[in-house]
Design a protein around this ligand. Structure first.
Ligand SMILES: Cc1cc2nc3c(=O)[nH]c(=O)nc-3n(C[C@H](O)[C@H](O)[C@H](O)COP(=O)(O)OP(=O)(O)OC[C@H]3O[C@@H](n4cnc5c(N)ncnc54)[C@H](O)[C@@H]3O)c2cc1C
Length: 380
C-alpha cells in the first residue's frame, strides 16, 4: 500500500530492520523462545540499532530525535521474527525509557541511561499490581517520605523484564486515594528491601521474563522521584500511548506474517486437484486478511503523523489498539485454517501468532479498557 509519509530516512531505517530481523532474529527466535530467554548479547545488538534511543539525547547514546513512524517500524518488523517472546523481551524494556528521559535527574541519566539505551543494562516499567492492572488509579503500593528519602512498600506483578532488569520505573501512592495521589519513582534492583520472583508457565512470550516485584521498606533518595509529586498518573497515561503504538505496530507485523505465510502455503499445497489458493473460500480469507492489514496500517500511519505533529491522539490510539488486536486475532485464526494441521505444529510463525495474539489484547490496556477510554474521549 502507498505510504504518503515515506521518506528516504524511514525507508533506509526499515531496510536496516528487515535485514536485521532476517539475519539476527529469524534463525534463532524460535529456539530462544523455547529456551525461555534471549541471550544478553542480543540486547546490545538491538541497542546498536537505536531502538531504545528514540527521543533520548545523544549525550546518553540516544538518537537525538523522535519519529513515531520509525518507532512503529521497529515494532512491526521485530514482530515478524516468528516468536512473540523475542520482540516482547526487547520492546518490553523500551516502555520504561521515556519517563527516565523526561524526568530523571542528570545524575541518574549520566549513571544509567547510556547503559539502558545501549542494551548493556535493562530497565522495566512497574505499574500493574497483584490487586489489578486496569484500574491504575487504585494503585496500592505506597511511598512515604522519610527525611530526604522515600520509603516504598508494596508489590507489582506481570512486570516484563522484571527478573533481568537493573532499573525500574514504578508507580506508587504518595497522596490521597485516586489518580491524583500517584507518583513515579526510579528504583535500582540492588536497593535493600527489593526482591522479585518469576512468573512461570505462561501461555506465550516465553523468551521474555515477567516478574512479581516486592518492595519491603525500599528507601530511595528524594531525587529518585520522576516528575512532580502526585502527578504520576498523567505521566503513566502519556507513556501508555507510546506503548500502545508499539503494540498496534506489533499486531500489524503479526498480521503480515500470517498473510505472507498463508499465501506461500496456499500456493504450494494442493487439495481436490488444484492449489489451495485457487479455492474461492481460501481466496476470500486472503482478501479479508489483506483488507484488515491495510486498514490497520492506514490508521496507524495517521496516528504516527499526529504524534510527530506534537499531538497525542488518545482516542485514536485507544481505538486503533483494539482494532489492531481484533484484526490480529482474525488473521491468526484464518491463517491457522489455511495451514491446516501444518499450522498446529510448534515452530512456525502462524502457530506462534495464534498463541501470542491474546497478550496483545490484554497488555498495555485491555480491549475493554481501550473501548471505554475511546468512548470517554468522545465526551460520553
Ligand atoms: C505477558 C504480560 C506482560 C505484562 N507486562 C507488564 C509490564 O511490563 N508492566 C506492567 O505494569 N504491567 C504489565 N502487564 C500487565 C497488564 O498491563 C495487565 O495485565 C492489564 O493492564 C490488565 O490488568 P489485569 O490483568 O490486572 O486485569 P484486571 O484489571 O483485573 O481486569 C480483568 C479483566 O476485566 C476487564 N475489565 C476490567 N475493568 C473493566 C471494566 N470497567 N469494564 C469491562 N471490563 C473490565 C479487563 O479488560 C480484563 O479483561 C503485563 C501483562 C502480561 C499478561
Amino acid at each position: 500500500m502507498i505510504n504518503p509519509f515515506e521518506t528516504p530516512e524511514r525507508k533506509a531505517f526499515r531496510e536496516t530492520l528487515v535485514n536485521f530481523v532476517e539475519k539476527e532474529m529469524r534463525p534463532y527466535a524460535h529456539d530462544w523462545d523455547e529456551a525461555g530467554e534471549v541471550p544478553w548479547e542480543f540486547h546490545e545488538k538491538a541497542g546498536a540499532l537505536g531502538l531504545w534511543g528514540f527521543g533520548v539525547d545523544e549525550k546518553f547514546g540516544g538518537l537525538g530525535f523522535d519519529d513515531a513512524f520509525m518507532r512503529a517500524a521497529a515494532a512491526e518488523e521485530f514482530a515478524k521474527c516468528g516468536a512473540g517472546g523475542v520482540p516482547a523481551a526487547i520492546g518490553g524494556r523500551g516502555i520504561s525509557i521515556a519517563p527516565i528521559e523526561w524526568f530523571a535527574t542528570e545524575e541518574i541519566k549520566d549513571r544509567c541511561l547510556a547503559d539502558i539505551v545501549a542494551g548493556r543494562k535493562g530497565s522495566s516499567l512497574g505499574i500493574t499490581e497483584p490487586g489489578g492492572g486496569s484500574d491504575v488509579a487504585r494503585m496500592k503500593t505506597n511511598a512515604k517520605p522519610d527525611g530526604n528519602h522515600w520509603v516504598i512498600n508494596g508489590s507489582k506483578t506481570f512486570i516484563t523484564g522484571g527478573m533481568t532488569s537493573d532499573y525500574f520505573v514504578i508507580g506508587a501512592r504518595t497522596g490521597d486515594a485516586g489518580l491524583a495521589g500517584i507518583s513515579l519513582f526510579f528504583v535500582e534492583a540492588d536497593t535493600p528491601g527489593f526482591s522479585r520472583t518469576p512468573l512461570k508457565k505462561k501461555m506465550g512470550w516465553w523468551a521474555s521474563d515477567q516478574a512479581t516485584l516486592y518492595f519491603d521498606d525500599v528507601r530511595v533518595p528524594a531525587e529518585n522521584m520522576l516528575g512532580q509529586q502526585d502527578h504520576g498518573f498523567i505521566a503513566i497515561m502519556n507513556n501508555f500511548n507510546l506503548e500502545r503504538l508499539g503494540l498496534i505496530a506489533g499486531c500489524l507485523g503479526m498480521m503480515k506474517v500470517c498473510l505472507e505465510d498463508s499465501i506461500e502455503w496456499a500456493q504450494q499445497r494442493e487439495t481436490f486437484g488444484k492449489p489451495l489458493i485457487k479455492h474461492q473460500v481460501i481466496r476470500h480469507k486472503i482478501a479479508d486478511m489483506s483488507a484488515r492489514i491495510d486498514a490497520t496500517e492506514a490508521y496507524m500511519n495517521m496516528i504516527c503523523y499526529q504524534i510527530n505533529e506534537g499531538e497525542m491522539p488518545v482516542a485514536e490510539i485507544s481505538k486503533a489498539k483494539f482494532f489492531a488486536t481484533k484484526n490480529a486475532e482474525f488473521c491468526a485464526s484464518e491463517a491457522m485454517q489455511i495451514l491446516g494441521g501444518a499450522g498446529y505444529l510448534r515452530g512456525n510463525r502462524v502457530e506462534n501468532a495464534y498463541r501470542e495474539v491474546k497478550v496483545m489484547a490484554i497488555g498495555g490496556g485491555s480491549e475493554e479498557i481501550m473501548r471505554d477510554l475511546a468512548v470517554r474521549q468522545m465526551g460520553l
